[in-house]
Write a protein that binds this ligand. Structure first.
Ligand code: ADP
Length: 449
């Protein structure tokens, strides 16, 4: 087992990884930007190294600085968390070349699955159902041709896309030129490549994803699904596990398909296969080759610590259990709480003057915030994840309502009021929602004002 792990991230996920290491008797190295000198992940780690100025490009994305920090402190492994360099195959390769273990899949697997076009191809070969789609699009005319083959509506996506960026829908020939041009421009600004492709646009799907764990010896288990259909701008807001839309046999069916596919691909470490689910059918979207923000709801229901498993697998340990050993208990829901204006969604960095997190049975709060902490303006606006777990979905909803009421964050605006509003809507209470529900609800509400 590793003796020292460097955590190449910040915020709540850096703390999350530190906690897993601590419980495994592994020492931790935090890295931080100049703006994060007072951050909680820096305070808790055994050692800390400043890797550059505030801008992410100069610090948390600065590969040589991070690898130098690992070499200077003698870390055996690097955990990348999510975001930043977590899906950067070149970084994984550099880390390994320096004799340090990258906690994640191999660079080759990351390249295959990180590109949406090659990932779709691999998924088809491995027996996963996918949406009808095109190869890389070369021109507006080419896009039009494919839109006719697939049938409107279609969605044009960046092959290197992520975070909901670089995606544009078109409902007719009139919209295709703009969708193509905009998707390419957005891709060019945000990603290494501006190559785009097209998929059939599903009109009322749910977003359901499967968490898997795979060791280096071909053993694969799935830890059930997460329903992440409550979204704003293609970004997840609330997630729950299990999905209110699936029954036990549907779960087993997609679970078996996914396990087979992962075995065929030869993937190792933790990963998530994202699907659209519409009219009883699954369509593979993409695979995330890293820890997901919403992993705690799966941990609550499966009782498995996904970060510890990532570390164990990377160190060469076998899973040591089979699918039949995994039991799912109860229901879990996560709210992503952002320092944002809940009406306009404008980021709201600043000093936290008072902080009181909810507690009690079945409550987990993952956050880097403490009273007196100043949220820097340079990074993602998520400041806390509230996770509730209870025996039934109803009990989890009651617990979530209670926990949101108890949460006190003063000094900055947060999206807590928005969460309170969402969870009191009948569609949410009944579990009857799809990926468009939140946007439609917000638009309706706006009009009524
Ligand atoms: P990213 O990598 O940017 O997160 P994804 O491919 O995972 O992009 O898609 C993110 C979200 O965009 C999905 O959860 C869904 O809301 C929407 N989306 C993506 N593809 C489709 C599609 N073919 N039909 C309908 N919605 C889609």
């Amino acid at each position: 087992m590793f003796e020292k792990v460097l955590i190449a991230n910040r915020g709540e996920v850096a703390l999350r990884i530190h906690r897993a290491c601590r419980e495994m008797g592994i020492r931790t190295v935090a890295v931080h930007s100049e703006a994060d000198a007072n951050a909680m992940h820096v305070r808790l780690a055994d050692e800390a190294v400043c890797i550059g100025p505030a801008r992410s490009a100069d610090s948390y994305l600065n590969k040589p600085a991070i690898i130098s920090a690992a070499l200077i402190t003698g870390a055996d492994a690097i955990h990348p968390g999510y975001g930043f360099l977590s899906e950067n195959a070149d970084f994984a390769e550099m880390v390994e070349k320096h004799g340090i273990t990258f906690i994640g899949p191999t660079a080759e697997q990351m390249r295959l699955l990180g590109d949406k076009i090659t990932a779709r191809k691999a998924a088809i070969e491995a027996g996963l159902p996918v949406t009808p789609g095109s190869p890389a699009l070369e021109s507006i005319e080419h896009a039009k041709e494919w839109a006719h083959k697939i049938g409107y509506p279609v969605i044009i996506k960046a092959k290197d896309g992520g975070g909901g960026k670089g995606m544009k829908t078109a409902f007719s020939d009139d919209e295709i030129a703009e969708a193509y041009t905009m998707a390419r421009a957005e891709a060019k600004a945000a990603f290494p490549s501006d190559v785009v492709y097209m998929e059939k646009y599903l009109q009322h799907p749910r977003h359901i994803e499967m968490q898997i764990l795979a060791d280096k010896y071909g053993n694969v288990v799935h830890l059930g699904e997460r329903d992440c259909s409550i979204q704003r701008n293609h970004q997840k807001v609330i997630e729950e596990c299990p999905s209110p839309a699936l029954n036990q046999s549907q779960r087993k069916e997609i679970g078996d398909i996914v396990r087979n596919a992962i075995q065929k691909i030869g993937y190792q470490n933790a990963g998530t296969l994202e699907f659209m689910y519409e009219d009883g059918k699954f369509y593979f979207l993409e695979m995330n080759t890293r820890l997901q923000v919403e992993h705690p709801i799966t941990e609550a229901v499966s009782g498995i610590d996904i970060v510890k498993e990532q570390i164990r697998i990377a160190s060469g340990a076998a899973l040591g259990y089979t699918q039949d050993d995994i039991q799912f208990r109860g229901h879990a829901i996560e709210c992503r709480i952002n320092a944002e204006d809940p009406e306009t969604f404008a980021p709201c960095p600043g000093k936290i003057t008072e902080w009181h997190a909810p507690g009690g049975l079945g409550i987990r709060v993952d956050s880097e915030i403490y009273s007196g902490y100043s949220i820097p303006p340079y990074y993602d606006s998520m400041i806390a994840k509230l996770i509730v777990h209870a025996k039934t979905r109803n009990a989890a909803l009651m617990r979530l309502r209670r926990a949101l009421e108890e949460f006190i964050i003063m000094g900055v605006k947060t999206t807590i009021p928005l969460h309170q509003e969402i969870i009191s809507q009948n569609e949410f209470i009944d579990g009857q929602y799809n990926i468009h529900w939140l946007t439609e609800y917000m638009n309706k509400r706006q009009k009524q004002k």
